[in-house]
Ligand binder design. Structure first.
Ligand code: NAD
Length: 379
């Protein structure tokens, strides 16, 4: 029987690629909880289609619950539906608001969704005995790190409200992992995956980054400009950072590499407690909690990325240089060695492939998921 895995935010950019990766293992049944705030249900039709293309008509299909995480009762109702169907084995928690700039303008919305929404989810997990968690954290938790490439041991000193919500949820999870249950039940076992900058799309061109409104991330913005969908002026926020060309440096990794990292995290959680596993060396003080960077370990500047997308699309990007944004830090490049050693994670795909796959998705879906598409499956 397939292991049931709840994927919150499973319609979103990263979540939908995680859903595809789970389906393709043939081991996991993804159950998506999402309220479409920044995504479209069509993403799950595409996931199902990719699974059928690769595995045939018997491929597992995702299940969808249109639920807002801030509504604790609705979350509880969704979990309750699986109690007499073998229960839920694990949760991958991606649903969140994620824009650094916006988080400084509407902090309460960020705390309500990212922190309070997570607490509702953890309560339902506890009530239904779901003890395995993979949490979407972010490189922004490190703030302006002293050591680059950044090891997981760097202090969590985020410069933005968004980053602080992620660090707080990590703290909450750590406390849940430490908790000693009086009834002898096992406590939560959790892996926090700190993403660097995911980019690209599924190589089929059926699935990619399709946010509602103007993309907040650089690469989808560049793709939408090249296809003629985004007409605003490209802005570079600061060219006076202490980096080789003065623009911010980020560690881009292919979305399918990142998605695979979640399968590896689940596989690590599946190792029985009586065998050597990723928690074997955790002390009682910290409980079964581990954090891993998921990055490539290679920094790319904003100007490098514009040039890579020019090569992929042939589009001549014109840009304006403006002041730095609040909360932006010069260089977020991962030290990925711990994830490689303990999870077997390596971000193999290169920048050219990220840009090529992104452009393939954009040209096949010039208007995104809102255009009526031929529906070939159910979700
Ligand atoms: N994209 C990145 O560069 C990046 C980097 C580091 C960390 N992350 C984290 O990864 C996760 C996924 O990011 P993404 O890029 O896929 O973003 P996304 O916006 O594409 O996906 C987030 C999903 O969560 C859903 N959602 C938001 N609020 C919700 C609510 N109250 N209830 C239910 N669903 C809700 C949205 O509809 C969306 O489908 C987030 O936690 C984000 O903070 C993203």
């Amino acid at each position: 029987m397939l292991q049931k895995v709840v994927v919150t935010g499973g319609l979103g950019y990263i979540g939908s690629h995680v859903v595809v990766s789970l389906l393709l293992t043939g081991q996991y049944q993804p159950i998506v909880i999402d309220n479409c705030l920044n995504s479209y249900p069509e993403a799950l039709n595409r996931c199902a289609e990719i699974a059928r293309d690769e595995m045939g008509s018997d491929a597992p299909q995702p299940i969808y619950h249109n639920v807002d995480l801030r509504n604790a009762e609705a979350v509880e109702d969704a979990f309750a539906q699986y109690d007499n169907k073998g229960g839920i084995w694990a949760v991958i928690h991606l649903a969140a608001l994620k824009a650094v700039g916006e988080s400084g303008e509407i902090p309460l919305s960020y705390y309500k969704t990212n922190v309070a929404g997570s607490i509702s989810l953890f309560e339902s997990m506890e009530r239904h005995g779901v003890n395995n968690l993979v949490f979407s954290s972010s490189a922004t938790v490190y703030g302006t790190p002293e050591i680059v490439p950044i090891p997981e041991t760097s202090p969590l000193l985020s410069a933005s409200c968004y980053g602080r919500t992620k660090a707080m949820v990590e703290e909450i999870i750590q406390d849940l992992c430490r908790a000693q249950k009086k009834d002898g039940q096992s406590s939560l076992r959790a892996v926090s995956v700190r993403y660097f900058n995911p980019a690209g799309a599924h190589p089929s061109g059926k699935l990619g980054e399709e946010p509602r409104g103007k993309p907040g991330n650089l690469l989808p913005l560049l793709a939408q400009m090249a296809i003629g969908r985004e007409k605003s002026q490209l802005k570079i926020f600061g060219t006076d950072f202490p980096t080789p060309d003065g623009t911010c440096v980020r560690d881009y990794l292919h979305i399918m590499d990142l998605a695979h990292g979640h399968v590896l995290a689940l596989d690590a959680l599946a190792v029985p407690t009586n065998q050597k596993n990723i928690f074997s060396n955790c002390d009682a003080e910290n409980g079964p909690f581990r954090a891993f960077n998921l990055g490539k370990g290679k920094g790319m500047s904003v100007l490098n990325m514009i040039e890579a997308m020019r090569k992929a699309t042939g589009y001549d990007y014109q840009y304006e240089i403006v002041d730095r944004r609040r909360g932006d830090v010069p260089d977020l490049t991962a030290d990925p060695t711990l994830a490689e050693k303990e999870l077997g994670f390596v971000a193999k795909k290169d920048l050219e492939e990220m840009c090529r796959d992104l452009w393939n998705f954009q040209t096949k879906n010039p208007h995104g998921f809102e255009t009526p598409q031929k529906q070939t499956g159910t979700i």
